[in-house]
Design a protein around this ligand. Structure first.
Ligand code: URA
Length: 433
């Protein structure tokens, strides 16, 4: 078999056989073909797409290119969630404890932030002492003991995806549905949970800017998961505006805690309840309405907050920080952005707000960058809200004062005002099973 012939076949829009796709993935991971050949095939896939079968084969080949996590030692139904990434998305910190407090087994591997999107691992590391690296045995033992562990991606999970993703990033071949679906699902399948709920984001802060594209991506991922024997649900949710009011690591942990205490913003709470309820339908087999009430109950009776505290304690963190969030160190400097007009917020570009937060020190441009855990943004108004001239729209936080200038410019670029009322956008567009 020759990679040349495979590239040519896809260039002419023909369907590749399972053997050809498996040959491509194994020779790409073993360094037996050149990067320019890999990227030529990726570009041909971008132009000509892949069938469902081709996408499923590509996903499984990438999943099997490294470790397949074995969760069979966990007693109970293992359930995972994955967000396609966004700004202010702290849902894992809320949803995972809710589900675990109601009997689901959440053995979750999360990522770090890169670019304008944040990562759960960085958020958790803003808690004093919290360890995001555990041995495989400790990880499984903890999930058996308290039903919940969130760690960084460990071992050699889907190395073929790592290789392909790095090349896609550099060659404008990221936004292809079969490539995104196989990339995300290869890691989810390798991570081992029986049930998977996908939070597919749509809008200005998401990979997929339109609801139609997001639904097509969600359908592709649900089909891949089902064909691999997993229980699947995908929720299409709004990422045109940042989720909740906090953007930045410790600010988001504090907001997650407030949400678990029942004091969260309406949008963040609603998205978390939707995700948790869908996970619980898989775990319990009960209907969605019942699971929604169960999820709300776990917030109301404090059991979900207690579960987060247990996880923090088990992973070496100081649980006092969860019960008293004033213990999180504050940023030394803050800057208030004021509305220059009477009117309404017409649009708040989530990606630009994410970049503003990154410029304050909350994120990374490259993997090696250090994070300022206290840096970030608290939004006081969002799309659709009425503001008066001089009202605070947001407060920016950093430990490095020189970062304000670029961050303020980026924030102002993100916000558009209108003199007439603005319709609020939906939070959840659809649920795909
Ligand atoms: N996230 C991934 O893991 N892969 C993609 O291709 C896009 C987003």
């Amino acid at each position: 078999m020759r990679i040349y012939d495979i590239i040519l076949k896809k260039r002419y829009g023909e369907e590749l056989t399972d053997e050809e796709i498996e040959f491509f993935v194994s020779s790409a991971s073993n360094g037996e073909i050149e990067d320019y050949q890999i990227t030529a095939l990726l570009m041909a896939i971008c132009f000509n797409g892949m069938t469902k079968r081709e996408t499923a084969t590509l996903t499984l080949a990438m999943a099997r290119s490294g470790d397949m996590v074995d969760l069979s030692a966990i007693d109970g139904y293992t359930v995972d969630k994955h967000s396609t990434g966004g700004v202010g998305d702290k849902t894992t910190l809320i949803v995972a404890p809710i589900v675990a407090s109601l009997g689901g087994k959440v053995a979750k591997m999360s990522g770090r932030g890169l670019g304008h999107t944040g990562g759960t691992v960085d958020k958790l590391e803003s808690i004093e002492g919290f360890r995001t690296t555990l041995s495989g045995e400790d990880f499984l033992n903890q999930v058996n003991k308290i039903g919940l562990s969130v760690i960084g991606q460990s071992g050699d999970l889907a190395p073929a995806d790592k290789k392909l993703y790095a090349l896609r990033n550099d060659t404008a071949t990221v936004d292809s549905i079969p490539l995104i679906a196989s990339s995300i699902m290869s890691k989810k399948l390798a991570a081992g949970s029986k049930g998977i709920v996908l939070d597919v984001k749509t809008g200005s802060g998401a990979f997929m800017k339109s609801v139609e594209e997001s639904e097509a991506l969600a359908k592709a991922m649900v089909e891949i998961g089902k064909s691999a024997g997993r229980d699947m649900v995908a929720v299409i949710s709004n990422m045109d505006i940042p989720l909740g009011n906090a953007v930045g690591n410790s600010l988001e942990v504090i907001e997650a805690v407030e949400t678990l205490k029942g004091n969260g913003s309406a949008d963040l709470t609603a998205v978390c309840i939707e995700l948790a309820a869908n996970m619980l339908t898989l775990v319990t087999g009960k209907d969605k309405e019942t699971c929604t009430e169960m999820a709300k109950g776990a917030i109301a009776d404090g059991s979900a907050l207690e579960k987060l505290g247990q996880m923090v304690a088990e992973q070496g963190g100081n649980p006092d920080w969860i019960y008293d969030t004033s213990l999180f160190p504050k940023a030394e400097f803050e800057y208030e952005i004021k509305s220059e007009t009477d009117g309404y917020i017409e649009h708040m570009d989530a990606e630009k707000i994410g970049v503003a937060s990154l410029l304050l020190g909350a994120g990374r441009n490259t993997k090696a960058d250090e994070i300022d855990f206290a840096a970030g943004i608290i939004l006081k108004a969002k799309t659709g809200d009425k503001v008066a001239k001089g009202d605070t729209v947001a407060t920016l936080y950093t430990n490095n004062k020189t970062k304000f200038s670029a961050a303020v410019d980026k924030f102002n670029e993100a916000v558009k005002y209108s003199q007439t009322p603005v319709e609020k956008q939906p939070l959840i567009y659809s649920v795909i099973k």
